[in-house]
Design a protein. Structure first.
Length: 170
């Protein structure tokens, strides 16, 4: 793999999109959050072709986002449930939904409103800095290299590659 490809693999957004980066996968996840678990329920709600749905469910299970649970032995039938990894996608899906509500819903308003189950009030999605206990806008976000970044791991990797190129194995 070339250096440019390696650098992109260090991007968490790209890695996430390799798992959830198509329309059907995101819609399957939306339905899982809405409480659907069975193949036929997903298929009916999404009006999706069986092979496409089977492929998306298989990929999500292989990635650890969903888990298969058998609910019938004869014939064998399975439900699909969000794993902790899948549940952690909630803020991303809510952000995507809110973006669509704001920019694409037209004058009628959002087709669905998310509420807090116990009290019924609408949810808000915001950024919070727990160190200074302030909320802020996306424009206040900055980034810096993390422990898995090219800046902290790439230099060592390039040095090993350069040494290997100078001293190839016999």
């Amino acid at each position: 793999m070339g250096e440019a490809a390696e650098e992109h693999k260090a991007c968490s957004i790209e890695r996430a999109l390799e798992i959830i980066g198509d329309r059907w996968t995101v819609l399957v996840l939306r339905d899982a959050f809405r409480g659907l678990h069975r193949f036929d329920d997903f298929r009916r709600d999404l009006d999706i072709a069986r092979p496409v749905l089977a492929d998306r469910l298989r990929r999500l299970v292989e990635a650890g986002v969903l888990e298969r649970r058998q609910y019938c032995e004869r014939p064998p039938r399975f439900e699909y449930h969000l794993t902790p990894m899948g549940v952690d996608l909630s803020p991303a899906l809510v952000a995507l939904m809110r973006w669509g509500d704001h920019w694409l819903s037209g004058g009628d308003g959002p087709p669905t409103v998310l509420v807090h189950g116990p009290c019924g009030h609408e949810l808000d999605q915001t950024y919070v800095c727990w160190a200074c206990e302030q909320t802020f806008a996306p424009t206040a976000i900055r980034s810096r290299p993390g422990p898995g970044s090219e800046a902290t791991t790439g230099g060592r990797r390039r040095a090993r590659s350069a040494r290997a190129a100078r001293h190839p194995a016999s």
